[in-house]
Design a protein around this ligand. Structure first.
Ligand SMILES: [Mn+2]
Length: 282
């Protein structure tokens, strides 16, 4: 099943503005991508509060899966065709290769974690970033990807929902002027988002563990005191700039429920709704 199957069938790649691709990175990767595609067909794109279809102005096409090693090249190709990639993950490491393909673009990361470690290794990370036949790299993985972004450049970054971070990650954030909001201090976030995004190109990376584990149980590293969907939606709708790339990552599909998948898809639909406001057709 494709992402929003009906739409993916109607439009060609050339006609579409948003191109959806799966990056089935890690041990849960294949199942995650499959579930996200499936659930995208069960979520209603009409928003009763906005009284409009979130896809009203946008054409979407699922172009299938891409391997991590081919991701940068694929993203560059999509950007050069003036289209917007929307990536279904897979481990958070995919964001490194995706975001690196963009120029002059600010990064908004929704994540409970800073992912700014110099190096890291544990069993969970190994599962998330598992690539068959490839030796695990403690410098390039889910807990270090954002640090690696800063190896080559110093982009403007905002981390939203942050609540788990080491002291040296915190020092790194201060040194590199990374903005952040913890779930307890989001009072002025709308104004800050407006300021941060105004006249800018924005890449959004959504790690599902940003949400409270009560509403997003299907993650590997469930941190208490996460954000809710209403907060997420308000933040997305405060964005003033142009969203040029999106990824969702770190789903751990559960056997007995699909709560996290539904939340992930509704969150993506919210972002698509925002994109469609400024996109124009195709
Ligand atoms: Mn995380």
């Amino acid at each position: 099943m494709k992402f929003t199957d009906d739409l993916s069938r109607i439009f060609t790649e050339e006609e579409s503005k948003i191109l959806v691709l799966g990056v089935p990175l890690g041990k849960h990767g294949r199942e995650s991508v499959k579930r996200l595609r499936k659930i995208s067909n069960y979520v209603e794109p009409f928003d009763i509060e906005k009284q409009k279809n979130l896809f009203y102005n946008i054409r979407i096409k699922d172009i299938g899966d891409v391997k991590l090693k081919n991701l940068s090249k694929k993203i560059k190709q999509i950007i050069s065709n003036k289209k917007i990639p929307l990536i279904l993950g897979g481990g958070h490491l995919l964001s490194l290769y995706s975001f690196q393909s963009f120029q002059n673009t600010k990064l908004i990361v929704f994540d409970a974690h800073a992912d700014l470690k110099q190096e890291f290794d544990d069993e969970k990370i190994r599962n998330l970033d598992y690539i068959k036949g490839k030796k695990f790299n403690k410098k390039i993985n889910d807990a270090t990807w954002l640090r690696r972004v800063f190896d080559n450049k110093t982009p403007e970054v905002m981390i939203i929902g942050l609540r788990s971070c080491e002291e040296n990650e915190f020092e790194f954030m201060k040194k590199n002027k990374i903005k952040y909001f913890t779930p307890n201090k989001m009072k002025n976030i709308k104004k800050e988002i407006e300021k941060f995004t105004k006249n800018s190109k924005i890449y959004i990376s959504l790690d599902l563990d940003v949400f409270d584990p009560g509403i997003a149980p299907g993650v590997d590293q469930a941190e208490p005191n996460g954000i809710n969907f209403k907060q997420f939606s308000e933040i997305i709708n405060s964005i003033k700039g142009k969203i040029v790339g999106v990824d969702v990552n770190c789903l751990k599909p559960l056997k007995d429920n699909e709560i996290t998948e539904f939340l992930a898809i509704r969150s993506l639909f919210e972002i698509i709704g925002k994109i469609s406001e400024h996109a124009g057709v195709a």
